[in-house]
Design a protein around this ligand. Structure first.
Ligand code: CA
Length: 274
C-alpha cells in the first residue's frame, strides 16, 4: 500500500467505522433473483443478454447465481489497442460519497502475460454531454508469460478517452479462478466550474479487506504528477452511474475469450468489508 504525504488532508471515513449502526445501504444485489432486475441495464458495444452478459450459476460467490461477462476479441497479431466492453449499471442520483463493494472472479485467460488491461468498476455521470472525469478501478496483467496475475490500478478518465491519474499498485495481486473482494471508497472532488482544480477527490481501494490504494490527489514526490483523482471534473452533477464489468483492453493483437464474474455487490454509506 502506498500512502501520500498529506498529513493535514481531510481523510475519509476510516476502515474501522463501517458496517455498524447508521450505515445506509444505497444498493445491493446478490443476483439471487436470477436476472438483472435490480439494475438499470447493461451496456458496451455488442453486449447482449444472455449471450455475453448472463446471470447464471456457472461460478458463484454465494447462493445459486452470479453475473458473468464474456469478453471476446479475434486474433490479429497486430499490436493495436482494442476494447471489449461489457457492463451492467445502476443509477443512484445525487451521491457524491460512497463505498462500493463486490466480489470478483476472473477465469484464467487463453493466453497470459501479454499486458491485458481489465477495467472493473466505473463511477461517473456518463449522461453528461461532453463527458467528465470518471473514476475507474482497473487491473493490469503485469508479468510476462504464464502463470500471470493482475495488479491494481486506478484512474480518472474523460469520456473522450483522456486518462489522467493512472496509479498502479504492485503490492497486491489478483489471481485467476479465485474470488476476490474488491471495495472502493469514493468522494467527488470539489466542484469548480472554471477550473479542474482543486484535485481533492478521494479514491481508496481495498482488496480482500486490505487497503491497497489511497489516492487523494497529486503526489509530486513520487512522480505521480497526474494522480489528480479529479473525479467529476468541472461538472456540478454528482456522480450518478455506477457499473461493474466494464472492459478488457488488449494491445498485442491477441485472441481474447474469457469470462469474468461478479457477485454480492453492495453500495453503502460506510465501509462494508468482506
Ligand atoms: Ca449470488
Amino acid at each position: 500500500m502506498k500512502r501520500f504525504p498529506y498529513a493535514s488532508y481531510a481523510f475519509g471515513p476510516s476502515h474501522a467505522d463501517g458496517g455498524g449502526s447508521g450505515q445506509a445501504i444505497y444498493f445491493e444485489d446478490n443476483f439471487e433473483t436470477g436476472d438483472l432486475s435490480k439494475w438499470n441495464g447493461y451496456g458496451g458495444a455488442g453486449s447482449s443478454y444472455p449471450t455475453n452478459i448472463n446471470v447464471a450459476g456457472t461460478v458463484t460467490h454465494g447462493g445459486a447465481y452470479a453475473c458473468g461477462f464474456r469478453y471476446v476479441q479475434v486474433f490479429t497479431g497486430v499490436p493495436t489497442g482494442r476494447d471489449t466492453n461489457r457492463w451492467i449499471y445502476k443509477v443512484l442520483a445525487g451521491k457524491t460519497e460512497f463505498y462500493m463493494r463486490g466480489y470478483l472472479y476472473l477465469v484464467a485467460p487463453l493466453t497470459q502475460g501479454l499486458g491485458v488491461q481489465r477495467k472493473l468498476m466505473w463511477c461517473g455521470d456518463d449522461d453528461v454531454a461532453g463527458g467528465t472525469y470518471d473514476c475507474v478501478v482497473t487491473l493490469w496483467e503485469t508479468n510476462a508469460g504464464s502463470p500471470s496475475y493482475c495488479t491494481f490500478g486506478a484512474l480518472s478518465q474523460h469520456d473522450a478517452g483522456i486518462s489522467t491519474g493512472l496509479y498502479q499498485s504492485s503490492s497486491q495481486q489478483v489471481h485467476w479462478d479465485t474470488w476476490h473482494c474488491v471495495e472502493i471508497y469514493f468522494k467527488m472532488n470539489t466542484v469548480n466550474p472554471s477550473d479542474l482544480a482543486p484535485w481533492d477527490g478521494i479514491l481508496r481501494t481495498w482488496l480482500d479487506g486490505s487497503e491497497i490504494l489511497y489516492g487523494p490527489h497529486v503526489d509530486p514526490t513520487q512522480g505521480y504528477d497526474n494522480l489528480h483523482m479529479n473525479m467529476n471534473g468541472m461538472f456540478s452533477n454528482p456522480f450518478s452511474t455506477f457499473s461493474i464489468g466494464r472492459q478488457t483492453n488488449s494491445y498485442q493483437g491477441e485472441q481474447i475469450d474469457e469470462w469474468r464474474y461478479w457477485d454480492d455487490v453492495k453500495i453503502a454509506s460506510s465501509y462494508i468489508g468482506t
